[in-house]
Design a protein around this ligand. Structure first.
Ligand SMILES: Cc1cc2nc3c(=O)[nH]c(=O)nc-3n(C[C@H](O)[C@H](O)[C@H](O)COP(=O)(O)O)c2cc1C
Length: 161
């Protein structure tokens, strides 16, 4: 089965997760940014990495998730400023599952991703304040070594791909 890792990453957090997933995969595999993503139709296993923007997968990833096909085994992973398990993060991951609903989503993983200081500053001027802002300082330094271990462990435990 051919495997594909597609990711979107503006500041590099999700790219780290994507590279860890790619390293773990064996056999015929490819990695691409969402901008250069091939047609996912030819792949049996597709791992899609994205970051949360306005509480949803970033727009480029949303478009790619909607292209996933029936019968494909899919792994979704993400980074976000919000705390893991927060309503905000959970809703964002739920949205990703909905967009990929045609495919067989086998697992979902997300972790905090450091938010650029300038982005925090801009977000702090908004009214109302974005729901993820209070969690953002704790995302500093993420994804860390443990996050990179966990994004792979999920695949290992499920025997994916
Ligand atoms: C413009 C912008 C909007 C963001 N909106 C959210 C958001 O709605 N929810 C959230 O949890 N994090 C938000 N973040 C934080 C990013 O999701 C987080 O830093 C992520 O790890 C960035 O991933 P990347 O380094 O792969 O680009 C936002 C960041 C930016 C730059």
């Amino acid at each position: 089965m051919k495997s594909l890792v597609v990711y979107s990453s503006e500041s590099g957090n999700t790219r780290k997760l994507a590279e860890a997933v790619y390293e773990f995969l064996s056999g015929d595999k490819e990695i691409a940014t969402v901008a250069d993503a091939p047609d996912p139709a030819g792949y049996g296993f597709v791992a899609v990495g994205f970051w949360l923007k306005a509480g949803q997968p970033d727009p480029d990833s949303q478009a790619f998730l909607a292209r996933l096909k029936e019968g494909q085994e899919v792994y979704l992973f993400a980074s976000h400023g919000a705390a893991v398990g927060s309503v905000h993060a959970e809703n964002g991951m739920k949205k990703a599952r909905e967009l990929a609903a045609k495919a067989h989503v086998r697992a979902v993983f997300s972790c905090p991703g450091e938010v650029d200081a300038k982005i925090i500053e801009t977000a702090a001027q908004k009214n109302p304040l974005p729901p993820w802002l209070a969690d953002a300082p704790a995302a500093k330094g993420h994804p860390d070594a443990n996050d990179l271990k966990m994004v792979v462990r999920m695949l290992m435990e499920l025997g994916l791909p």
